[in-house]
Write a protein that binds this ligand. Structure first.
Ligand SMILES: [Zn+2]
Length: 76
């Protein structure tokens, strides 16, 4: 099954947190490596989540990283 960019982006937080099964993980890895848009989005989600990780002990509720606010417009 081939995932669209939209589906990839939706799974990125789980992907980065290690919440996907092995097959999905492989699909996302392959897609993110071959797709320029998703590569960029993946990087920005990663950075955003790293910032939340740093701060969440102080001010964020658990689960907030599920909704990542910084998702740039992608082509598809
Ligand atoms: Zn893509």
């Amino acid at each position: 099954m081939k995932l669209s960019c939209k589906e990839i982006v939706r799974r990125l937080p789980a992907y980065i947190e290690g919440g996907l099964d092995r097959q999905q993980y492989r699909q996302l890895t392959a897609h993110v490596r071959s797709c320029k848009h998703c590569g960029i989005v993946s990087d920005s989600v990663r950075h955003t989540m790293a910032i939340y990780e740093d701060r969440k002990l102080l001010e964020f509720e658990p689960g907030l990283t599920q909704s990542v606010p910084v998702i740039p417009h992608i082509g598809k």
